[in-house]
Design a protein around this ligand. Structure first.
Ligand SMILES: [Zn+2]
Length: 237
């Protein structure tokens, strides 16, 4: 049975001279990883092939047995976010957003709010070169997948202020409690304050140094949550 969805391409690789493997984040179906046979031919049902970070209508069929590779049968691009591709910095930020969605979701596990968030994130990146958009995206994504850090009170004694963050403790820790916890990272108070403002959607565009401090906290948290480093995080500036 053929199924239609609107999706954004999160990853792709060449499969053969004529085919591609693509991971598409479908709004209604979640992550769809499948083979697009003939996608690399000049005349195909995939236009010019499925481009990373483009949004389009996908048609696919699931294997009858319920397992095995999905077949992508059609792709009609609707938006390729060309503005993002004009600057390497913006493009890497876009790759990072896509990779995070890929890493934090399972195949065929629908998450329409996350789709909308990614769509908005890419549209924002295409519209202007702002840092706060990428930071806010990470905060929203963590909220959507239920992995937001507690940023106000120490996870052990509920005291403030807190100077450390620990994934296993669920958020910030005070200095006194941090000694007893192995998995933790020291954070800059200014970065933590600025991150709180972003989580309450009161953030103005942060200065370069503050943005870096916020990103450090988020990167630490994301790495701990995933138990690995996103490949594209090193390109974030
Ligand atoms: Zn404490």
């Amino acid at each position: 049975m053929l199924v239609k969805d609107i999706g954004i391409c999160l990853a792709r690789s060449e499969y053969s001279e004529t085919s591609q493997i693509a991971t598409i984040f479908g709004r209604e179906h979640g992550k769809i990883r499948g083979i697009a046979k003939g996608a690399r031919r000049t005349k195909s049902k995939f236009g010019q092939g499925i481009e990373l970070l483009s949004r389009g209508q996908v048609v696919f069929s699931q294997p009858r047995s319920g397992s095995g590779l999905i077949t992508l049968t059609e792709w009609t691009v609707q938006e390729s976010y060309q503005q993002i591709r004009r600057s390497l910095g913006q493009l890497y930020r876009g790759y990072y957003l896509g990779e995070l969605v890929d890493l934090f979701t399972e195949e065929l596990d629908p998450h329409p709010q996350l789709f909308d968030l990614l769509e908005k994130g890419l549209a924002d990146l295409a519209a202007n070169e702002n840092r706060v958009g990428v930071l806010a995206f990470q905060v929203e994504l963590l909220r959507e997948v239920g992995l937001s850090p507690e940023l106000h009170r120490c996870g052990r004694c509920e005291k403030e202020p807190s100077n450390y963050v620990s994934f296993t403790e669920g958020g910030v820790l005070c200095r006194a409690c941090a000694g007893a916890v192995n998995e933790k990272s020291r954070v800059k108070p200014a970065g933590l304050q600025a991150l709180r403002r972003i989580t309450s959607s009161q953030a103005a565009e942060p200065g370069e140094q503050t943005a870096e401090q916020i990103q450090q906290i988020l990167s630490y948290w994301i790495r701990a949550a995933l138990n690995r480093e996103p490949k594209t995080s090193g390109f974030l500036t």
